[in-house]
Design a binder for this molecule. Structure first.
Ligand SMILES: [Zn+2]
Length: 382
């Protein structure tokens, strides 16, 4: 899909109306340079390969061709755009015709020893898009490609628009065209991205709205991981046994399942994390955990230096405590938290013992510096 539809649309969108491509000599120079740089690169690769002792049949040709082939596609496009502005991309794609010609003729000959050129291999989506685009520019017909087709082409490529963009509803999913199995997942009015909770919603806006055309604004992989881990702590099982989603994210604006409408069972307790800032003054860490029946507490809920990722040791990934709901009472069953203490009742809760939870209760989770505290709170279901 990306290579045969989206990339060609992106290429055509960049080539049509590009003033620099109206120059015949510029087009020929671009193709010629693309072709010659591959040959020159492969030649330098052969010389260097000989110097470092490679031989034909033991990596010489592979080394020469791969070392000689500069990056001309996905990495080159943003770099060229930053250096010379968005108008350069049309020229880059034309230059790539020369690169492809060299790769599929001289490159294939070098690797296989076969002197026939496989022209059919050359006819891929991006190359066809460049040829169509150049023909339209040469015939001065590119300005007449307008209307819905041009807009659709632009939307598939450079003009991409997030389907839930709050400022521009032009690319919304129409429920009338959805198949039964696509519901409720693609009903964005019923299940908007915001139902994923505050952490993931903020990153989705950065990735697909603000950063859609500006990669520097997009979140890093680490930010996604942290948001997913925090969101997992906000999940609550749905009380409806036939719910298509089985569980959902609980947050300020969402106290019922967005997939089936079932309300949360009352009461729902949650824990706000606090840490000792020094002198016994505690500050909120911003982390929240929903304390539903069978929710598990791990070392990363107790200590800030542990994280729920691939660096967690088997001991750190071991469950430290869990929650049990009995009628409307929620119990924390301590399994391995050494420092657990109910501050209000001034009692220690040793491993193996339960503690009944109630709103307003403060639990000391860890005495090590900085000490960690949970403040138990209740969600008032609407
Ligand atoms: Zn549900």
């Amino acid at each position: 899909m990306v290579f045969t539809v989206m990339l060609p649309c992106f290429i055509l969108d960049k080539i049509l109306g590009s003033p620099v491509l109206q120059s015949y000599s510029m087009v020929m120079w671009a193709i010629g340079l693309g072709f010659s740089f591959i040959l020159l690169g492969a030649l330098i690769g052969l010389i260097v390969g000989r110097i470092i002792g490679l031989e034909r049949g033991t990596g010489m040709r592979t080394f020469a061709l791969t070392a000689g082939c500069q990056n001309f596609g996905f990495t080159a496009a943003p770099v060229a755009e930053i250096l010379w502005g968005p108008g350069i991309l049309g020229l880059l794609f034309v230059h790539n015709i020369g690169v492809e010609l060299a790769m599929w003729s001289v490159g294939v000959m070098m690797m296989s020893g076969d002197r026939r050129i496989s022209w059919r291999r050359l006819l891929n989506g991006p190359i066809i898009a460049v040829i169509i685009g150049l023909s339209l520019v040469a015939l001065d017909l590119d300005s007449s490609v307008t209307g819905p087709f041009r807009k659709a082409m632009s939307l598939m490529g450079a003009g991409a628009l997030f389907i839930e963009d709050a400022r521009n509803p032009a690319n919304r999913i129409s429920p009338a065209f959805l198949e039964a199995f696509e519901k409720p997942w693609k009903l964005t009015a019923q299940v908007p991205y915001s139902c994923l909770g505050p952490q993931l919603s903020a990153l989705i806006e950065r990735a697909f709205v603000n950063g859609l055309h500006d990669p520097a604004l997009r979140p890093s992989a680490l930010e996604w991981e942290d948001a997913l881990v925090q969101t997992a702590d906000l999940m609550h099982p749905c009380a409806n046994s036939t719910c298509p989603a089985a569980s959902f994210v609980v947050h300020a604006g969402q106290h019922s399942c967005p997939f089936c409408g079932t309300q949360l069972p009352a009461p729902v307790l949650l824990a706000h994390s606090y840490f000792d800032r020094g002198n016994g003054a505690f500050a909120a860490s911003g982390r929240v955990k929903i304390l539903h029946h069978h929710a598990a507490i791990h070392s990363w809920h107790i200590r800030p230096e542990f994280a729920a990722n691939e660096h967690a040791s088997a001991a750190q990934a071991q469950r430290q405590a869990y929650l049990v709901r009995e009628h409307s009472q929620i119990w924390l069953m301590n399994e391995a938290i050494a420092d657990l203490r109910d501050i209000g009742a001034q009692t220690d809760v040793a491993p193996g013992q339960p503690v009944a939870l109630k709103p307003g209760q403060k639990l000391l989770l860890s005495r090590a510096n900085p000490a960690q505290l949970w403040l138990i709170d209740e969600i008032k279901a609407a």
